[in-house]
Design a protein around this ligand. Structure first.
Ligand code: AMP
Length: 459
């Protein structure tokens, strides 16, 4: 379908919704919106390959609101549209969008996730919600306690389905599908379409409209990418130097491990740079606070692990830093998707030590190009990073190694989910299970990070 010429008012949305979109300052619908909005409005199932940063949330939210505004409001405990997301942050983010886009409509919305008290959520659900955004574990808990009725459910959205499977939510998703009425519209959004996702889709969507907006694993064109070869122990000092030289006021920094994230925050603070960490060992309160402080500009640097960062949506985030390269190449694409969102330009830099050469080459193979290198004299590495040679063989997506057939036991579904995980089962559990799932060796701690000292190449 050609999508060049469509404006928001040509997509079949009513003036109340168009006004809310205008309020957000959006001029033109993004490619996913141009395709998804009319498709969802037809009432058909939709399967969309779209990463965060493409405007996918509005792509499904706007038409859902349009459809819901034409029907009967939700009664007590009823839910008419259910949006399931992998992480608490993404749930909060999507709910925030739903609220903004429905500002001029008589529709109610609510959000539920683990890590916070369940009672206030139960109270809110008593009034019913036309749109409910939820993480899987808490949704099932609330349903088990009779707080939600799905008898009038019209639409189900699985958002970032690939990440949900990575995080071991397959069993929860299957349970959720069983308690929903059979007649409903299903929307499946996923950054990648692995065999696992295809297997899930088979039992979920019926004759779907298929949409794909970015070729899988291509990096946003508006993101400038660069790497700084550096010795591992010099990474913290190099980061401080880059922050200061470039006067970065807001940067999202990715760390491979939770401890690494904490250590880096301490180092930045010692160097008078405000920072906070966001990862699965942090309480929900601490995560929410860190994100709010980052958004308000109170802290300059947010250090995050991959899982925790999923769902962070900060308008026009200018700078992303890979303090460590991710073990799984696709995560690089997700990470740098945090900047240059919906047409805005952004920068992504990676600090790469010689022991990360394999990860770098794998990323370059995935994105199909060699990333430009820059050296800072003081930080020139003693241990040289081997030169890149682009491997042009097609990249085989790894990720879940498991089931070809639906119903077969899935690896990602075997993540421990014992009783007593209680409040942590939504977000925190995923971080642990994903690590396990990818079965890579934990990196060695790089030693205590002291206050910054200029690097000395010859030392
Ligand atoms: P998403 O991919 O849904 O996470 O959205 C990424 C970002 O793009 C969010 O900050 C949205 O507010 C923003 N956005 C969504 N649609 C548009 C649009 N049509 N024009 C400009 N920005 C948009």
């Amino acid at each position: 379908m050609s999508t060049d010429t469509l404006n928001f008012d040509q997509l079949g949305l009513s003036p109340a919704i168009l006004d809310a979109v205008k309020e957000q300052g959006y001029d033109t619908p993004s490619p996913i919106q141009q395709q998804a909005i009319p498709a969802v409005l037809t009432g058909k199932d939709v399967m969309a390959a779209a990463q965060t940063g493409t405007g996918k949330t509005a792509g499904f939210t706007l038409p859902i609101l349009e459809l819901l505004s034409q029907g009967q409001r939700a009664n007590n405990n009823q839910v008419r549209a259910l949006i399931v997301t992998p992480t608490r942050e993404l749930a909060a983010q999507v709910a925030d969008n739903v609220e903004k886009y429905s500002a001029n409509l008589k529709l109610s919305s609510s959000v539920v996730f683990g890590g916070v008290k369940i009672n206030p959520q139960m109270m809110r659900l008593r009034r019913g919600a036309d749109v409910l955004v939820a993480t899987p574990g808490r949704l099932l808990d609330l349903y088990g306690q009779g707080a939600i009725k799905f008898d009038t459910l019209e639409v189900l959205v699985l958002d970032e389905a690939d990440r949900m499977l990575d995080m071991g939510f397959i069993h929860d998703i299957k349970k959720i599908l069983k308690i929903l009425p059979a007649k409903r519209q299903n929307l499946l959004f996923s950054a990648t379409f692995s065999d696992d996702i295809k297997a899930l889709a088979k039992g979920l969507v019926n004759n779907p409209v298929e949409i794909s907006v970015t070729p899988p694993n291509s990096t946003a064109k508006t993101v400038k990418q660069k790497i700084y070869p550096v010795d591992k122990k010099q990474k913290p000092a190099l980061l401080v130097r880059l922050i200061e030289d470039n006067n970065w006021q807001q940067a999202l920094v990715f760390s491979k491990t939770k401890h690494g994230a904490n250590r880096l925050v301490r180092y930045l603070e010692e160097n008078n740079i405000t920072a906070a960490a966001i990862h699965g060992n942090k309480s929900q309160g601490a995560r929410t606070r860190a994100l709010a402080d980052f958004k308000s500009g109170e802290i300059r640097i947010l250090v995050a692990t991959d899982i925790a960062a999923r769902g962070i949506d900060i308008d026009q985030l200018p700078q992303v830093v890979n303090f460590d390269l991710p073990k799984v190449a696709e995560d690089y694409v997700h990470r740098i998707g945090r900047t240059g969102r919906a047409g805005a330009s952004g920068n992504a830099v990676s600090l790469v030590s010689h022991d990360e050469a394999k990860e770098l080459f794998s990323i370059e193979r995935l994105i199909g190009k060699i990333i430009e290198r820059e050296y800072l004299v003081e930080f020139d590495p003693v241990n040289r990073l081997p030169e890149s040679v682009l491997d042009t063989r097609p990249f085989k997506l790894k990720k879940p190694k498991k089931p070809k057939k639906p119903g077969q036991k899935s690896h990602s579904g075997t993540a421990p989910r014992g009783k007593g995980q209680g409040e942590h089962k939504d977000g925190n559990r995923g971080e642990g299970s994903q690590k396990k799932h990818r079965a890579h060796k934990p990196s060695k701690p790089s030693g205590p990070w002291k206050k910054r000292k200029p690097a000395n190449k010859s030392s």
